[in-house]
Design a protein around this ligand. Structure first.
Ligand SMILES: *Cc1c(COP(=O)(O)O)cnc(C)c1O
Length: 631
């Protein structure tokens, strides 16, 4: 794992005070603003006073004074505009002991806060707090909370930092004081946008609190007295406002604990899979498709894909919008002539999908149905080919992602070539992760997609194919949008242009993913990492008592199927939830006659992650009280 790509547990949660941990509805800071303006003869409404909540209180006063309604009243009563000296004067009044005392008194703990803090401590998570309150008010609130049983390790207020929210300085000071880094190990929890902004600007994860916060602005009793529809409407409105800034929302501190924000979990599912932060970051900007900047990227990707698969000039590549299946369908639907016939080897769900595609497109198809838990039987394929001279094409899946089975792609390629047939290989989940070439596999068309071993995000697939065969296929496609030839010709003749809107963000992320494949050391090095992931997974899971579906010699390093344990209390749903809570997302099984679940080992996932996975699984097994220990 890259040190800049932290994905470990949360180490520190920094809470806001009013509206988040104390002062249900966030009232305490509102009244003083209304009061100091009222003392100057100006009427400020509750709603106006709540507007800038979360800011430094002095900034808050200034923003209120700059409201047109307030400015007009000021002009009328004081015969001059509201100026910076007025901000100072009103702020001084806010600092009076009566005001700070009133704030502290109105700052009761929000129900559940003590339990939330306890649960964090139990997990070794540190607790910090920041507030927009000035020092005296903050002190009153902090002391009162401590007397009631909630005491963060450190609490900073605006007077402790050079500039208040949304500047991140209080967050950084807390992280420094508690020696916690990187920022992605930190969660900021608050109920206002400036509050979330403080977390964002510090590079932390952020959780917006709706129900008890300033944006809903009701006491517990007021909220309870609303109809369900009204309550929902107010909470949703607050959520909409906050979600523009925050990563996640929680209605309430304890029930939907920010300790378990589902961020950032590890996808152990082969597509979509875990991608690097840098691949995701590329997608933060929009990109036009009309000029060479973009089309150069597409052209470059096409060339690099061919280079990954062969050194020969006889091959070319096509990118196709959609998920991987779209590219399989585009290939089957386009490269088989009207009178052609395809033999499809089916020993799993993806082989089965190829059969479905051929039948749906009315393509003459011979299905060779073989057992799911054995590699494709070469003898049977040979017999089927020998028996039927009218078969023009052979289709097979390389790694059957449904079981994790690695089929003998090379032997089938050799056989297909000997018989003079065209070979379509679905290498969706293996290309880029297992060394292979067009020559070694014998594939005439090799299909894969962006979100598998190249470690991009979902959105398009690609086909690497023999140029002469593709040229022959002009006019054969059974579909307009999935016409492989037309798509290829557009890209070929118009320098990387796609027919129809292209997935620009995905394409650029894919280019970045190809760079990262290179910098990792290429496919051979990636393959070793996947193998090590797989080795540690199987060793760790066997130690816990889980049994892989397949024997070692047939397994791929891509994904592994495990049999359900015999304990009758095991259900995939509860196991899945217990693992997701621990930040690992597993995959349900896809085998017809065995109960299995699957764990993918491809993507931006490293052997240390797998060690953590095994430890998390042991904890989940214990929590669920599963009896699976090996005899
Ligand atoms: C992922 C995958 C596909 C394509 O599935 P989509 O859901 O369409 O992306 C096809 N074949 C295999 C072997 C796969 O692993």
């Amino acid at each position: 794992m890259s040190e800049f790509d932290y994905r470990g547990p949360v180490k520190l949660v920094v809470f806001d005070w009013a509206g988040t941990t104390v002062d249900f509805g966030c009232f305490a800071p509102v009244a003083p603003f209304i009061q100091v303006y009222a003392d100057s003869g100006i009427e400020v409404t509750m709603e106006q006073a709540r507007g800038p909540m979360g800011m430094h209180k002095k900034d808050h006063i200034r923003v209120l004074g700059q409201l047109p309604e307030v400015g007009q009243q000021w002009q009328l009563i004081h015969n001059r505009p509201f100026v910076e000296d007025d901000v100072d004067e009103l702020y001084q009044r806010l600092l009076q002991p009566e005001v700070t005392q009133a704030i502290a008194e109105a700052s009761g703990l929000i129900p559940g806060m003590i339990e939330a803090a306890k649960r964090l401590r139990k997990r070794g998570v540190k607790i910090g707090a920041t507030t927009g309150y000035f020092r005296d008010a903050a002190k009153g609130v902090v002391d009162r909370a401590a007397r009631k049983g909630y005491a963060p390790d450190i609490s900073l207020c605006v007077d402790d930092v050079p500039t208040g929210r949304p500047a991140p300085w209080a967050m950084f000071a807390i992280m420094r004081e508690l020696d916690v880094y990187p920022p992605s190990a930190v969660v900021k929890v608050g109920d206002t946008v400036p509050d979330i902004g403080e977390g964002r600007n510090a590079g932390a994860w952020t959780v917006g609190i709706t129900r008890t916060g300033n944006d809903v602005g009701l006491t517990q009793e007021q909220l309870a007295s609303l109809s369900d529809a009204e309550r929902k409407q107010r909470i949703d409105a607050a959520g909409k406002n906050l979600l523009a800034a925050a990563h996640r929302l929680a209605a309430y501190i304890y029930k939907e604990t920010p300790v378990d924000p589902e961020i950032p979990y590890l996808l152990l599912t082969p597509g979509p899979l875990t991608t690097s932060r840098t691949v995701k970051e590329v997608m933060l900007s929009d990109f036009c498709t009309w000029d060479n900047d973009y089309n150069d990227i597409v052209t470059d990707i096409r060339q690099r894909l061919v280079k990954l698969a062969t050194a020969s000039d006889d091959y070319t590549s096509v990118l196709m919008q959609g998920s991987g299946t779209f590219s399989v369908e585009a290939t089957i639907g386009s490269v088989i002539p009207p009178a052609g016939k395809i033999l499809i080897v089916n020993n799993g769900a993806y082989g089965n999908r190829m059969v479905q595609i051929a039948r749906r497109l009315n393509i003459d198809c011979v299905e060779l149905k073989l057992p799911e838990v054995r590699p494709a039987d070469i003898e049977k394929i040979a017999t089927a080919l020998a028996a039927d001279n009218s078969i023009t094409h052979v289709g097979m899946v390389h790694c059957e992602t449904s079981t994790g089975m690695l089929n003998p792609a090379e032997e089938v390629g050799k056989l297909t070539r000997e018989h003079g047939r065209v070979y379509i290989l679905d290498a969706m989940s293996s290309f880029g992760g297992i060394p292979m070439t067009m020559e070694s596999t014998g594939a005439d068309f090799l299909v894969s997609s962006a979100n598998k071993c190249i470690q991009g995000v979902p959105g398009f697939g690609f086909v690497i194919g023999k140029r002469s065969l593709l040229e022959d296929s002009k006019g054969w496609a059974r579909s307009l949008s999935l016409d492989l030839y037309d798509q290829w010709w557009e890209m070929e003749s118009k320098h990387g242009k796609w027919r129809y809107t292209s997935p620009t963000h995905v394409v650029r992320a894919f280019a970045r993913a190809l760079d990262e494949l290179d910098s990792e050391g290429g496919v051979a090095v990636r393959y070793e990492r996947y193998r090590e992931n797989h080795r540690r997974l199987v060793a760790g899971y066997e130690q816990l008592g889980f049994r892989p579906l397949l024997p070692a010699e047939w397994r791929s390093p891509i994904i592994t199927s495990f049999l359900y344990p015999e304990d009758p209390s095991f259900t995939f749903d509860t196991f899945y939830a217990a693992m997701k809570k621990r930040r690992f997302v597993l995959y349900p099984g896809k085998v017809s006659d065995a109960d299995t679940f699957r764990v993918g080992t491809i993507g931006h996932v490293y052997p240390e992650d797998i060690d953590e996975l095994v430890a998390a699984t042991a904890a989940a097994v214990e929590e669920l009280n599963l009896k699976i220990a090996a005899a």
